[in-house]
Write a protein that binds this ligand. Sequence first.
Ligand SMILES: [Zn+2]
Length: 516
Amino acid sequence: MSAEEDDSGGLCLCQQDSYLRKLVTTVVSCTKLEPPPAPPKQEGKRGGKPAGAADAAASASAGSSPQQYELLLAESPLFPESGGQPCDQGVLRVLTDPSDGDGAAGAVVNVTAVAWKDGLLAHITDAPLEPGTRVEVAVDWDRRYDHMQQHTGQHVFSAAADALLGADTASWELHPLDAAAHAGGDYGCVTVDLAVAALTAEQVLELEARANEELRAARRVEPLVLDPRSPADLERMEALRADPTFRGKLPPPDKIKGGRLRLVHVEGLDINACGGTHVRCTGEVQLLKVVGVERTRGQTRVRMMTGGRALAALGGCLTREAGLTAKLTVPPSRQEESVDMLLRDRRDGSKARKLLAAELAALLGRQLALALPPQPAQTPQPPAAAAAAEAPATAAPQWAALHRPAADLDFLSLMASAALEASPGLQLLLLTTDNTEPGALPAPAPKPGVEDSVEVAFLVSGHPDLVKAAGAKVAEALGGRGGGRPGRYQGKATGIFRLPAARAAFEGAVATAGLT
Ligand SMILES: [Zn+2]
C-alpha cells in the first residue's frame, strides 16, 4: 500500500506506532448517517473486499441493523481500511471526569469501522456522542494483532517469492476473520497474486519453507518515514531505491501527498512503500502456512495464513480429526480410505434401494390393479365418455385412486405403469403420496379445512383426454400446479388436508367421463 493513498497527506498514529492500543481524546463531531441504498446481494465475504466503513454503513440499511453514526476524534489509534488491510474496530469509553484521563469509564460506544474521509479518520459507531466528550479509544487488539501478523507474513512471503523465483507480487488482500465462518472451519486467508502463470507443488513448498526460515530469523521490522523535501531524507530514499531488497515503486518526490513517504523495512529482506500495520519482528509472525494455490487471469493466487490464525486453524483440524477417529474407529492415516469405503457403500446402498423401490412400485401397481373389485358390465357405455366407449366391455373397474405415503413421483409413475399394464381396461388412475419418511410417523390424517405443511405429490395417469381433464381438476383442488405429457399429469402441493377435495375432484372427473 502506498502512503500516497492516505488522503490526509499525513500519517495516522497507528502508522507511527502500531502497538498503541489506547489513548484519551475528544469527540470533534458526530453525524447521524443516512441509511444508504440497499446493497446488491453478495455471495459470501471470501471473494469480496474487506469489510469497511462503507460496507458497514450499507449493511445497516439491509435489515434490522441499528442506526449508525460517523464520529471524528481529535486523535485516534485506529487503522482505517486501506490498501488491502481491513480497518480496525474498537470501543470508545466515555470518561466521567473530563479533567482526568484516567477517570472512571462511563458509557461504551462500539466502533465498527474506520475509513479516511477528507483527510480525517471517520469512525462508524453504534451510538452518538456529543462533540467535546472526552473518551478513551481502545483498539480491538485481537483483531489488529491478527492483521499485523498476516500483513507482515505477506511481506515475508512476497520477498521469498521474489528472491527464489523472481516473481513480483501484483496484488494482495487480507480477509478479516469472520466468527461464523471460523466456526464453520473457514479461517479466512491472506491472498497474494504472484505475477507468474503457474507454480509447481515443489515451488510452493520451497516458498513456504523459505518464508518460515525468514520468520525464524527474527528480522527487525520497522517503518521508515521520509520527507523528500529534506536533502538528507532524499539522499536516503535514493540509497534505499538502490538496495537489492527494495521492491515496488517509489512515487516521484513531487507526487508524494503531504510530503511524507512511509516505507516498511524488514531488515535484510524487504523494503516496500506501505501504509499498513506490522509486527516489530518477523518472529512475532510465528509461522506461515500455504493453504491453497489457484490460477487467476494469467497469475497465480496463493492463499495463506500465519500466526495465531494458523494455530487456530490447526487446532480446529486436530479437533475434527479426533472426532473422526472416534467415529470411524480408525487412525488418521486410514481415515481417507475409511471414508472412501463408506461413500462406496452409500452409493451401492442407494443403487440397491432404487432397484428395490422400483420392484416394490411395480408390485404395488399390479396389486392395485388386481385388487380392484369387479363391477357389473354396463351396456351401452355412457355417450359422454369417448374413451370409455372405445374401451372393451369389461367387468373390471375403469378407474382407481390410491394414497401411498412416504414415496415420490418416480415411485408413483412406476406404480401407475404397472397398474395400467396389468389392467388394460383401466382408463383413469389417481395416485398421491406425501413427503413423510419411510418408517417415520405417518402424515396426519386429512381433515378438511385444517391446514398442515405436509408436501403432497400427485399423478393422474390413463387415457390422454381423460387425464388432461382430471389432472387439471386435481391440481386445482390441491391448490398446486401440475403438468406433464399425454397420459401423465403430475404435480405437487402443500397440505394433506386438501386430499379429500382432490379425491372428490377426481371422482367428479370420473363421473363426467362416465367411467364405471
Ligand atoms: Zn505492509
